[in-house]
Design a protein around this ligand. Structure first.
Ligand code: XBP
Ligand code: MG
Length: 242
């Protein structure tokens, strides 16, 4: 069967976003007068927990004392909302380009009639800010389905977000290819039965990716490894092989 749809992860895949997420968390902590600062080393470990609110809860549970009180859920939600506001501002006012090759791949796929979707753990406003910053007014029309954040209960590595995309698009897993950057993302797509290209990102360079159709450091490497003229034919070849 030919490739019917490409399903993109966001953070670390479409763009190297996690440094802006980390900065946004730290700005929210400062706003709230909390003595926390997530440096790159700590954040790299915390990224093992997907979802910003879940990551906050995991961090707080690891502290010797919890300054947010016995029932921190409301305080976590408020902190995370502040963080999301900071993130949108940083994306809209800073330069957060897509990773090399992704814009061209998206355009080529569109022209070839291949359907596009997003399956991400990040919050929907974060996706919208990134797409607006890179595609302007076309941002809302490029992707047929955007499945994000709390639209599912169980986040990656659970398959729910990918299963949601397949259901909304009425596609079978075998018709699709997922593009991910992390082990959690790969596990999620594989659990949904979707062959997956892994493009390692700055925070996932050292991870293992068992079961990936191909693991590369950038899309150009994928084109070279599959020995095709352009990225789209490379992904179509990878899908046929998978
Ligand atoms: C990455 C995540 C997200 C982001 C932060 O999602 O796990 O939690 O790190 O965004 P993906 P939020 O790689 O699936 O795009 O704070 O909005 O969760
Ligand atoms: Mg990711």
């Amino acid at each position: 069967m030919s490739l019917a749809a490409i399903i993109f992860d966001i953070d670390g895949t479409l763009a190297e976003t996690e440094e802006l997420h980390r900065a946004s968390f730290n700005l929210a902590f400062t706003d709230a007068g909390l003595p926390w600062h997530w440096d790159q080393q700590l954040y790299g470990r915390l990224l093992e927990v997907t979802g910003g609110k879940e990551r906050l809860r995991h961090f707080i549970d690891s502290l010797p004392s919890n300054p947010l009180g016995a029932h921190p859920a409301a305080a976590i939600a408020s902190l995370h909302a502040a963080k999301t506001t900071h993130y949108a501002g940083l994306v809209e006012h800073g330069a957060l380009p897509l990773r090399p090759g992704f814009a061209a791949l998206i355009e080529d796929a569109r022209r070839a009639g291949i359907r596009l979707a997003i399956a991400t753990t990040t919050s929907l406003p974060n996706v919208e800010a990134l797409l607006r910053a890179n595609f302007n007014e076309r941002a809302t029309t490029l992707f047929e389905v955007i499945a994000a954040g709390d639209s599912v209960t169980r986040k990656k590595p659970a398959p729910d977000i990918y299963l949601s995309v397949l259901a909304q698009m009425q596609l079978s897993a075998c018709d699709c290819l997922a593009v991910e950057d992390s082990c959690n993302g790969l596990l999620s797509a594989l659990a949904a039965g979707i062959a997956t290209l892994v493009v390692r990102s700055n925070y996932t360079r050292e991870q293992q990716f068992p079961g990936a159709a191909l693991v590369v450091d950038d899309l150009e490497q994928a084109r070279q490894r599959l020995d095709t003229g352009n990225l789209l034919t490379a992904l179509q070849a990878l899908h046929r092989r998978a």
